[in-house]
Write a protein that binds this ligand. Structure first.
Ligand SMILES: O=C(O)CCC(=O)C(=O)O
Length: 291
C-alpha cells in the first residue's frame, strides 16, 4: 500500500492561490505504488502487453509507428487518450479519493471526468505543447466549471519540459488561438501571452498540478535524456453545459470577432480531418471518499 495519507486538506492560502493564480500544486498526491502501477500500465499499453481497447496512441511528428518494435513505441509516443476503461491503475488515479477531496474544497462536490490523457514527452524527441488555454478545446458554456489535473509520474524539471503557467491569466478570459489542423499545436496568438510572467513548476513523481480551464500554460520540448511522463484529467463540475461553436466564440475570438478556439479545423488546408468531440459520457464522481 502507498504510504500516503488518505485525505488531503488544502490550506486557506492554497485555496486563495487557486482562485488568484489559477493553479495549486498538491505534493505527493499519488504514492510510489500508484506511480509504479500507472507507469507500468502506460508501458503495457504501448507494447501491446495490455490490449488497447478504447485507448488511442498518438506519436511524435515524423515517427513511423509501424516500423517500431513494441518496446520502442513508448519512446516515440506523444500522447495516450481514453485509457480509463483499459487500465484500472490509471482509472484509480483519476478517481483518487484524495484528489476529489481537494477538488471538492476548491469547486464544491459533484463532477464528471470527461477526458483523460497521458503526455509522455519522450527523451530527446518530445516536442513542445504550445501556450494554450484548455478551455479553448472544450465548448463548455462556463469555462470556470472546468478543472485540469496534471500528475507527474517522473520528475518534471525545466530540463525535460515541466509545466509552465502564466499565474493569474485565467482572470483575463479567453484569448485568440490559432492552429493548422493539428489540434495538438493549437496555440495562443503571441501578442496575447505575457511571457515575462511565465512560471515553470517543477514537480516530483506523484505531485499534482490542479489548474483552471482558462489558465495559459505550456510545456517545452524534452531535449534531455530524462523521461517526463504525466497523466492529465479534465473534469467539469455538475451544471456545466456543452454549447455550440457560437457559444464558444463568445470566449475565443480574434480582433474581428471571428472564431478563434481549437474546436474547428482550418477548412482550406489539406488533411483537415480534425473531428471535434464533446466529453466522453461518464459517471458523476462519487462523493463517497471511503473507497
Ligand atoms: O504535458 C504536456 O506536455 C502538455 C499538457 C497540456 O498542457 C495539454 O495537453 O493540454
Amino acid at each position: 500500500m502507498d504510504a500516503v495519507p488518505t485525505q488531503t486538506r488544502l490550506t486557506g492560502a492554497e485555496i486563495i492561490q487557486y482562485r488568484r493564480d489559477g493553479y495549486v500544486v498538491v505534493r505527493n498526491l499519488l504514492g510510489p505504488a500508484s506511480i509504479a502501477a500507472c507507469k507500468c500500465a502506460l508501458t503495457d499499453l504501448a507494447t501491446g502487453a495490455r490490449p488497447l481497447g478504447q485507448t488511442s496512441l498518438m506519436y511524435e511528428t515524423g515517427v513511423d509507428a509501424a516500423r517500431l518494435a513494441p518496446a520502442e513505441r513508448e519512446f516515440a509516443i506523444r500522447k495516450y487518450m481514453d485509457f480509463c476503461a483499459d487500465a484500472p491503475s490509471l482509472q484509480a488515479a483519476a478517481f483518487s479519493a484524495r484528489l476529489h477531496d481537494v477538488l471538492d474544497q476548491l469547486l464544491g462536490e459533484g463532477r464528471v471526468l470527461f477526458q483523460e490523457m497521458a503526455l509522455v514527452k519522450p527523451p530527446r524527441i518530445g516536442s513542445a505543447k504550445p501556450w494554450h488555454q484548455d478551455a479553448a478545446y472544450f465548448r463548455i458554456k462556463d469555462p470556470g466549471l472546468v478543472v485540469g489535473v496534471w500528475i507527474s509520474l517522473d520528475e518534471a524539471l525545466r530540463a525535460n519540459g515541466c509545466m509552465e503557467v502564466i499565474p493569474g491569466s485565467h482572470l483575463n478570459g479567453g484569448v485568440a488561438h490559432v492552429h493548422e489542423n493539428d489540434f495538438n499545436l493549437c496555440q495562443i496568438t503571441p501578442d496575447k501571452i505575457d511571457l515575462a510572467k511565465r512560471l515553470p513548476i517543477e514537480m516530483q513523481p506523484g505531485d499534482a498540478l490542479i489548474f483552471h480551464g482558462m489558465i495559459q500554460h505550456y510545456t517545452a520540448p524534452n531535449n534531455s535524456n530524462l523521461r517526463r511522463r504525466a497523466i492529465q484529467f479534465h473534469y467539469h463540475q455538475l451544471g456545466a453545459v456543452w454549447g455550440t461553436v457560437e457559444d464558444h466564440q463568445k470566449f475565443f475570438h480574434d480582433a474581428h470577432g471571428n472564431y478563434a478556439g481549437c474546436t474547428v479545423a482550418h477548412a482550406d488546408l489539406p488533411g483537415g480531418n480534425y473531428a471535434y468531440r464533446e466529453g466522453l459520457p461518464r459517471e458523476i464522481v462519487t462523493t463517497d471518499t471511503s473507497a
